[in-house]
Design a binder for this molecule. Sequence first.
Ligand SMILES: Nc1ncnc2c1ncn2[C@@H]1O[C@H](COP(=O)(O)OP(=O)(O)OP(=O)(O)O)[C@@H](O)[C@H]1O
Length: 540
Amino acid sequence: MNLFFLMLRSSWKASLASVVLGGASGLATLALITLIHKSFSNEGMQSTVLPALFVAACVAVLVLQILSKCILTRLSQSTAARLQFELCNRIMAAPLPELESVGPHRLLGTLQGDVGAITGALSNFPSVCASAMVLVSGIGYLANLSIPLAFCTVFMASIAVASYLAGVHWANYHLRRAREDRDEVTKQLQAMVFGIKELKANNRRCIDFIYEVLLPADTAMRQRLIKGTDILGGAHTWGRLSLFIGIGLLIFVWPRMWTVTPETLMGYTLTIIYLTSPLDNILGWLPALNHAAISLNKINALGLMIDPAKAPVVNSADTGFRSIEMRDISYSYQSPIEGETGFHLGPIDMQIRPGEALFIVGGNGCGKTTLAKILTGLYPAHSGEILVDRHVIDNASMGDYRQLFSTVFVEGHLFDRLLGNDLNPMLLRHWAHRLGIEDKVDFETGQLKTYKLSRGQHKRLAMLVACMDQRPVFVFDEWAAEQDPTFKEIFYREIVPELKQKGRAVVAITHDDRYFFAADRVVKIVDGKVETTTNERMVA
Ligand SMILES: Nc1ncnc2c1ncn2[C@@H]1O[C@H](COP(=O)(O)OP(=O)(O)OP(=O)(O)O)[C@@H](O)[C@H]1O
């Protein structure tokens, strides 16, 4: 993906219009320079047409440049918006294990920093385009005055630009590494925000974190940034200075070696001085373009390339099922430590039917949550198959399959409004009352008061959202763990039976052995394998 291709794809018509208008404004600027130059001659001084033409050229430059900039500003902003939107879509459609391995700090760094860098470069693109047009038409005018002089100027400018670009290339090395370091800084800043309680509670830990973790990461990044920016600054200054060296050579050396009329020399000097400003603008923009290119590479390097056909679509797969069967399911994590084998789950065989409650139990780290993620289609099983009503779920049907589930995971996120279903105030009132959180819900708008919630209230709101989804299968990951005894009772004795009675299946990961009576079956996992499956109804 290339920055300019990105813009063209956003709207080739707007791109073309802005280039045409920019070109026209460049020609009008050229006319201005020509008129100024002519006004120095005897004829020019007496002419009455020249001032009128000058005013017309000024108006033309004004109108054309404003139009061109307006179009390009809209174009650059819509390109940036499109990039952000596409990136969000890619993130939402990427497989969960891939996103988890990228990590939230890198995703946030990309969404905030990289998209910002690209937007910054694109928003200056309009003025750079206009500068480029002025530059091209200026060179045309120089050629019109004297071809050898124009050739010599372009040659000197090329040497200046080439040496500038060599500096940019050198700076790039450090800037790219600084961008890598920024991921680490973002990760540590995130750790600080989420771990603020733990840091506040222990001064020594707080100091260690700042001086041994955060500062070294930040300093490493800044040192690279400073180096890269210094090199860029030096290259930029050299680029500007070389122009003046060129003007000096022109004024002092050229007339001594070749014949040139003072009028041509004056026109030349005037034009070159005029062209320093657009050239400076372009040279000054190149570092931003450079940052943007590094950011674009970073976005591509995330590797979240997915088939757009797999992007989330609205579907109606939540109509029900007769059985969900997991056959010989297994899943392996890669160990973060090289050479070590990661956790392995499976082979697992399990069946779920409507109207039944299945409890999954087992010690910490035995694989319960992993199993729930495979069951709900968030993790693709590495082997085995999932069947719904005896039909195998493949990649194409996985998106629909996921719509069968309402889930509440341990670290689940709450959006501040109900999304994904039509507002049903009666149902909303029913569940808010059932869960004792009427004061946390706006029944008219579906807004949820998600701020300043206790952990237990957070879970109850999450349960409310799941219940509003009204999917055929409910999956609760240790939902009751943070509830008070009264609500534990309500959950196991009232909510689970109510859901069952409505024909929903309930899969609950739990450690509450006092309430196993609420389950139809209890599956015990030990070290990634099913140890026992008890039919609780039969036991009772
Ligand atoms: N993304 C991951 N990469 C590597 N290993 C992982 C990853 N996620 C979990 N694990 C490992 O897989 C094992 C099972 O984790 P899982 O979260 O499924 O356990 P659990 O039974 O739900 O535990 P708990 O009761 O503590 O919530 C653990 O040993 C864990 O360290």
